[in-house]
Design a protein around this ligand. Structure first.
Ligand SMILES: Cc1ncc(COP(=O)(O)O)c(C=O)c1O
Length: 409
């Protein structure tokens, strides 16, 4: 892989040994530039990072968390400190069914708790993908899905994205010319583009996928991060083919990624297989976290909590948008409806040069090509706004502006 860190960091292996003994599939394992940048920013605290997708840790009330933790230790340790059901803690599955999904056929039996939605991606990759599988992705696509699916060596196809969802002409072309088995989508405030599918496209595409008998993996990691509190209906809720429909959800962006908890809505015919694959991974998801999250869901004012996250991120988005407009008016981006990112085009720069010079100037963003199988997004960068404080963002944007001007003079 082409490294973005020529001056300080190498992500190649130190010896030949691992490649001699490693399984063939390991040559398809992708590294994540985002994780490398995160590591770099931890090592060098002078780097201001717009790179991570880190939710703000202060948005979860520490008072409620402390009292819940205490009660879990005192009153629920018999099962919180024990192995648990591989498909997850029943009370939590029931709460998810009631509060956090709109798929009409869901019951607590359809929910499987996972270690983050990332584990759901890996399990579904293991269940459905090998060299013969044709997998359709959005372009750009969530990098973690590429990391999860790539070791299974499927054939990837990419559909170009518009601000309101996939380009329908290309979607129909791809589906009519190839037998697509799986379509992976992230339709609300997508990572990285933040594009959000319109309700109309959700309905149309659900019908097309039914007709073509395509397995849908709908990733809802950002579902509740709409700045105005809207919640879009899932694409899955418009499908007739329940048996071909998987939905992944996550507590990472609405509570904390520290719990490492997410869930998968799994059709009945695949439940025992999904659970068996999960058992091979980890037997069951962190039982202690599950009990804590379940108690939190019971005790928190959920509407108020979501409201505070949404309005906080909305404010941060406005700050970064206006800083970019002020210091780099040439930068192009669509103001998102929700999420944690801006997807910014810096015209007339080579991504690699811009990236290296930004890092050398003490500021980090993620290059857009990381999120593409077809790699045409050469002057795009993903910028996170949920983590840095206002003053840090201003310094960071000024550093980027200087790099941009230096390259363009
Ligand atoms: C689109 C998307 N899906 C899934 C994940 C994985 O999240 P987690 O495993 O924390 O639930 C992320 C994390 O950033 C994401 O952006």
């Amino acid at each position: 892989m082409d490294s973005f860190f020529p001056f300080c960091y190498s992500i190649t292996m130190d010896t030949e040994l691992p490649t001699i003994f490693s399984a063939k599939r390991t040559s398809f394992v992708r590294t994540s530039v985002i994780r490398e940048i995160l590591k770099l920013t931890v090592e060098n605290s002078d780097i201001l990072s717009f790179a991570g997708g880190l939710p703000n840790p202060h948005l979860l009330s520490k008072d409620i968390l402390s009292s819940v933790m205490e009660s879990v230790v005192k009153d629920h340790s018999r099962f919180a400190l024990q192995y648990g059901d591989s498909s997850g803690y029943l009370a939590l599955r029931t709460q998810i069914t009631e509060k956090l999904t709109d798929v009409p056929w869901v019951t607590s039996d359809s929910i499987s708790i996972t270690h983050g939605s990332q584990q759901g991606l890996d399990i579904l990759g293991k269940m459905f993908m090998d060299e013969e599988t044709n997998v359709l992705l959005e372009d750009p696509v969530y990098l973690g899905a590429l990391q999860a699916f790539s070791p299974y060596q499927p054939n990837f196809f990419s559909v170009p994205m518009e601000t309101d969802g996939p380009n329908l002409y290309w979607l129909e072309e791809i589906l009519s010319q190839n037998k697509i088995h799986v379509f992976y989508i992230n339709p609300s405030y997508q990572n990285p583009s933040t594009y959000t599918w319109s309700v109309e496209k959700r309905k149309q595409i659900a019908t097309i996928l039914d007709e073509k008998e395509v397995i849908l993996i709908e990733d809802e990691a950002y579902r509740y991060l709409d700045f105005l509190g809207n919640v879009y209906p899932s694409v899955s809720s418009f499908r007739e083919r329940n048996d071909l429909t998987f939905v992944l959800g996550s507590f990472s962006k609405i509570l904390s990624p520290g719990f490492r908890l997410g869930w998968a809505v799994v059709p009945e015919v695949y439940r025992s297989l999904f659970t068996a694959v999960k058992q091979g991974n980890d037997l069951n998801s962190n039982q202690f976290s599950q009990v804590v999250v379940s108690q939190l869901l019971d005790q928190m004012d959920w509407t108020k909590h979501l409201d505070s996250i949404q309005s906080y991120y909305y404010e941060k988005q406005k700050i970064l948008s206006s800083l970019l407009k002020e210091y780099i008016p040439e930068a192009k981006f669509v103001v998102p409806e929700g999420g944690m990112f801006l997807w910014v085009e810096f015209p007339d720069v080579l991504q690699k040069e811009m990236m290296n010079q930004c890092l050398a100037s003490g500021v980090a963003m993620v290059p857009g090509s990381e999120f593409s199988q077809v790699s045409k997004l050469s002057s795009y960068f993903r910028m996170n706004f949920s983590f840095l404080e206002k003053e840090e963002m201003e310094v960071g944007v000024k550093r980027i502006a200087k790099v941009y001007r230096d390259i363009n003079t």
